[in-house]
Ligand binder design. Structure first.
Ligand SMILES: *Cc1c(COP(=O)(O)O)cnc(C)c1O
Length: 384
């Protein structure tokens, strides 16, 4: 894959906009035609025409082409959030009476959609431990329409064998979808392993600057044409041209940011893997991870998200550790320039260990992050 071609050139037609190096923000809702014939032609193929910004917009279109190419997919649609991207794939693939097999502990709002919203429309979901492909196969029923994957997921860091699951799903004519956000668009090409719908929260690594909320779905042309016509246009969750432009700007530096974030995670893990205050490190691309071999098979690399379990039986100590960090911010999301932590106690009903802290390594110097953790760990030894 020629990544710099995709990120610097693909989809950009400079002669269309005064030969400006950077494409403009085409901040318009609608486009005018010279003739009724042209008008009709645009309506007939709205997905790629410039007719109305709820369907397509020149700034957004550049981003669509680039993200599709990064994923090795034929087409991509950009949404106003990752949650809208997830909802749209569910709306497209499911109807009343259908059944879904979903990995256990997917992204929290995916879980909410399946358990609280789609149940209203008689769509039933079975959640399974996706680390074991045979459990996914065993959960399939005659009315199963979708196998929903998230590999790795972003708290437990569990993987699924994508090629094996897709082979099985194809033999049963069941759709597959994956939330591929962890790998940031570069470290796992799920579409080439056979997954039908590749979902991203573009809010995280793809945009990368903690200033945009957006999402993406990639897949085959035939699927994306129907997804566009039946769901995308009617659901209407489109990004503003300005947000698409920010996403485009973020994409320019995606390989550098992802590399730095992953390197920082690796450096922190290397430093703390034998530390007496750390009970466990959870990182898919680490030899201690039970699915390390599968990770090496289907991922290029780990990213900047990982977890460490502090050696404590007291969640107040874990919270004190997080409070004491200076350079890791206490905030949701990830994939931006800034390092972040989330302790287990933030998540309701979680089965995560008491000492669990989810880390996102941003773009700071690794030594600064390592030192920050070191000073915060001292709180584990404070008198109560
Ligand atoms: C943040 C996130 C989402 C949701 O994306 P939004 O852009 O916030 O709607 C979905 N999946 C994963 C894994 C996420 O981390």
């Amino acid at each position: 894959m020629d990544i710099s071609y995709i990120l610097n050139i693909l989809g950009e037609e400079r002669s269309d906009y005064f030969d400006a190096v950077t494409p403009p923000i085409v901040q318009t809702s609608n486009f005018a035609f010279k003739t009724v014939a042209d008008f009709k032609a645009a309506i007939a193929q709205e997905k790629n025409a410039h007719l109305y910004t709820r369907g397509n917009n020149p700034t957004t279109e550049i981003v669509r082409k680039k993200i599709a190419a990064l994923e090795g997919a034929e087409d991509c649609l950009i949404f106003s959030s990752g949650a809208a991207a997830i909802s749209s794939v569910l709306l497209y693939t499911l109807k009343s009476g259908d059944h879904v097999v979903c990995v256990r502990s997917p992204y929290s709002w995916t879980h909410f959609l399946l358990t609280q919203i789609f149940t209203r429309f008689q769509v039933e979901t079975t959640f399974v431990d996706g680390r074991d492909t045979s459990l996914i196969e065993a959960a399939v029923k005659p009315n199963t329409k979708l196998i929903y994957l998230e590999s790795p997921n972003t708290f437990a860091f569990e993987l699924q064998d994508l090629s094996a699951i897709c082979r099985f799903a194809q033999s049963k004519q069941i759709f597959t979808a994956i939330d591929n956000s962890y790998s940031g668009g570069l470290y796992q090409q799920a579409h080439t392993m056979g997954v039908d719908f590749i979902i991203h929260t573009a809010t995280k690594y793809l945009a990368g600057h903690s200033d945009v909320v957006a999402g993406a779905v990639c897949g085959k042309q035939a699927h994306m044409d129907v997804l566009f016509r039946e769901i995308f246009m009617a659901f209407g969750a489109v990004p503003s041209p300005h947000d698409s432009w920010l996403l485009l700007r973020g994409l320019r530096t995606l390989p550098l940011r992802l590399q730095k974030s992953a390197e920082n995670a690796e450096r922190i893990i290397q430093h703390y893997e034998k530390h007496p205050d750390i009970q466990e490190i959870i990182y898919p691309y680490h030899p201690s991870h039970p699915q390390y071999e599968l990770a090496k098979k289907q991922m290029v690399r780990g990213s900047g998200l990982f977890a460490m379990v502090l050696r404590t039986g007291d969640y107040l100590k874990t919270e004190a550790f997080c409070n004491r960090l200076q350079r890791f911010l206490l905030a949701v999301s990830w994939g931006g320039y800034e390092s972040l932590v989330v302790p287990a106690s933030i998540k309701e009903n979680s089965e995560l260990p008491v000492g669990y802290v989810r880390f996102y390594a941003g773009l700071e110097e690794a030594d600064v992050l390592i030192a920050d953790i070191e000073q915060a760990l001292l709180c584990l030894h404070d008198e109560a």
